[in-house]
Design a binder for this molecule. Structure first.
Ligand code: NAP
Length: 303
């Protein structure tokens, strides 16, 4: 039996592992895909205190290596249920494995939001992408578009502007939600065009994406933009359905928890983007990991 099982190997989960291990507890992280979480898709991190610049991939790799060096274990599998039998909790994966532990930290992050328009699924991997750093190089020298106005969209547009011929940044409002410093950098680039107050309303192309239809929200004016790729960066949604009967979720599916990272159930803690919070950033995910692990250690010591 492990002391703590952490579900999710993103920034919050890996940080929780580091804190648990340093507190002398055995910790296992269960991850459904690849370790690192959302940050591996961020080309440049420039807002993590003490690190002026690092790529998301390098950051995640360092975090992973640090956790493993401290004795944290990582196993792969999608968690389908957590059973709570007071001092013993059982974590079940889709592969049929069951793990036992004393405390659980839910650090499941969030997954990419989709546009929800016709042919989006069919053209995914054929011009539609949710990860500029993963797929940007396929469109080197081509014209591409980014949809969104948050930090991800701005970062993606900057990254793509350096390798693509032209980048259209399509956002549904006039103001960006992401950092002004990045918006300012984009304004200075000659190969970046802002298409504001607009949404993507249609995807065109026989086999691969060839153009997108963009509609202005105020005038209804429709514009066809020829692009080889559309990078969708319109935020994330949580994926906590498996825990709906375990802990309280809010109306959007986030795990209800305050800054102490306690959930509605004793011995189950939560960290990072999967919980209710006002600021979802790398720093707050790392902070949650530390808080949740410390709370879990204190809980175990009281058992
Ligand atoms: P986000 O901040 O939630 O921004 C999503 C953007 O997509 C918003 O501009 C939103 O428009 C737009 N949007 C949402 N639904 C849409 C729809 N159906 N159609 C068209 N547009 C839509 O998401 P994010 O940029 O992925 O960032 C997620 C979190 O990670 C944020 O807290 C962000 O700060 C953080 N992040 C941090 C870093 C970093 O620290 N370096 C890097 C990347 C991301 P509105 O503005 O109109 O709502």
């Amino acid at each position: 039996m492990k002391d703590i099982i952490i579900i999710g190997a993103g920034t919050a989960g890996l940080t929780a592992g580091i804190y648990a291990a340093r507190a002398g507890k055995s910790a296992l992280i269960l991850e459904s895909t690849a370790y690192g979480g959302q940050i591996i898709n961020t080309p440049d991190i420039e807002n993590y205190p003490g690190i002026a610049h690092i790529s998301g991939f390098d950051f995640a790799q360092k975090l992973h290596d640090q956790a493993l060096a401290l004795g944290v274990e990582i196993d792969f599998g999608t968690v389908t249920a957590v059973q709570d039998d007071r001092a013993e909790k059982k974590v079940v994966t889709s592969g049929g494995k069951t793990y036992s532990c004393r405390a659980v930290i839910l650090a499941t992050g969030a997954k990419n939001r989709h546009l929800g328009i016709d042919r989006e699924k069919e053209l995914t991997g054929r011009g539609i992408s949710y990860c500029a750093t993963c797929d940007g190089m396929f469109f080197r020298g081509k014209d591409v578009a980014v949809n969104g106005g948050g930090n991800t969209a701005l970062g993606d547009a900057l990254y793509l502007a350096a390798i693509c011929r032209k980048v259209y940044l399509i956002h549904r409002r006039e103001q960006f939600r992401g950092a002004e410093a990045d918006a300012e950098k984009l304004r200075k680039l000659e190969n970046v065009e802002f298409v504001l107050n607009s949404t993507v309303t249609r995807l065109n192309g026989e086999k691969d994406l060839e153009s997108i239809e963009v509609t202005r929200k105020d005038t209804g004016e429709v514009r066809m933009i020829p692009v080889s790729a559309l990078f969708v960066a319109i935020g994330q949604t949580p994926d906590n359905a498996a825990f709906a009967s375990l802990v309280q979720l809010d109306e959007k599916g986030y795990i209800v928890a305050g800054e102490d990272c306690h959930t509605s159930r004793e011995g189950i803690f939560t960290a990072g983007d999967c919980r209710t919070k006002s600021l979802r950033q790398l720093t707050t995910a790392a902070s949650d990991g530390a808080v949740a692990a410390t709370a879990a250690c204190e809980y175990i010591d009281r058992l």
